[in-house]
Design a protein around this ligand. Structure first.
Ligand code: GLP
Length: 241
């Protein structure tokens, strides 16, 4: 399903209505959450829907898709900080139902697979919210010759460092590694909600729709998913025919 809206506000309304419908229909939903600028409007609208008493998050379980490695959770650029300050602090989610990738220097195949197992034990992700990087990264699965299927440590690409270090007060403060759900973990979600806004995303969004799959564009693997809803604004949809 593809929705194209005039602007970011309308995109955010639609995204919030899809997430709240999911939670109303299944109060113990498992949500996969993303950070970044794109879902901010959606979180703001969800807060308002919650304040009106329309949706109850008390039984919802969340799994965040990624987090920087070696960054204090209190740092305003950490995804922990983002989630609590933009969403969790304003809704009735239970602390024990909030999950982030483990911040440990483990190896692929041990500690990180525990995160994937935790997701499976909760019955799998019902709805995975995704943004997209200008280079096609999903979570922090960066373009590469090989992609890792499960949760893992990833080295950030030049493109990502250039885009994201604008948010840090000092450029050298930005970690160059992160922990991310793998492409396999993401694809296992029952439903995916992909959001993209603005001209900078137009090229990469067009590539998702060109029917080719390549590890140099991790988002291209989303084409394999049977249940993906894409919500774009007109700028991001510019080259989608
Ligand atoms: C970030 C995050 C992703 C996010 C993407 C797009 O670096 N790791 O989870 O979806 O890049 O971010 P934005 O929405 O700010 O463009």
């Amino acid at each position: 399903m593809l929705y194209i809206f005039k602007n970011y506000d309308e995109l955010s309304c639609k995204a919030a209505s899809i997430v709240s419908s999911q939670v109303i229909l299944k109060p113990n939903s498992v949500l996969g959450l993303a950070t970044g600028a794109t879902p901010l409007g959606m979180y703001q609208k969800l807060k308002k829907i919650y304040e009106k008493g329309i949706v109850d998050f008390s039984n919802v379980v969340t799994f965040n898709i990624d987090e920087y490695l070696d960054l204090d959770y209190k740092n305003p650029n950490s995804y922990h900080y983002y989630m609590y300050n933009n969403f969790f602090n304003y809704i009735n989610i239970q602390q024990e139902n909030i999950n982030f990738p483990p911040q440990v220097n483990g190896k692929v195949g041990d500690l990180y697979q525990e995160y994937d197992k935790r997701i499976e034990d909760k019955g799998g992700i019902d709805l995975q919210i995704l943004g997209i990087g200008i280079n096609g990264h999903i979570g922090f699965n960066e373009p590469n010759q090989e992609l890792i299927t499960c949760t893992h440590i990833t080295k950030l690409s030049e493109d990502t460092i250039n885009v994201n270090n604008g948010f840090f007060s000092r450029k050298d403060e930005m970690p160059n590694r992160a922990i991310s759900l793998g492409i396999g973990s993401i694809i296992k979600a029952k439903n995916i909600l992909l959001l993209a806004s603005g001209k900078s995303k137009a090229n990469i969004i067009a590539k998702i729709f060109n029917n080719k799959i390549t590890t140099s564009n991790p988002s291209s693997f989303l084409k394999l998913h049977p249940n993906i809803t894409t919500i774009l604004d007109e700028d991001a949809a510019k080259f989608v025919s």
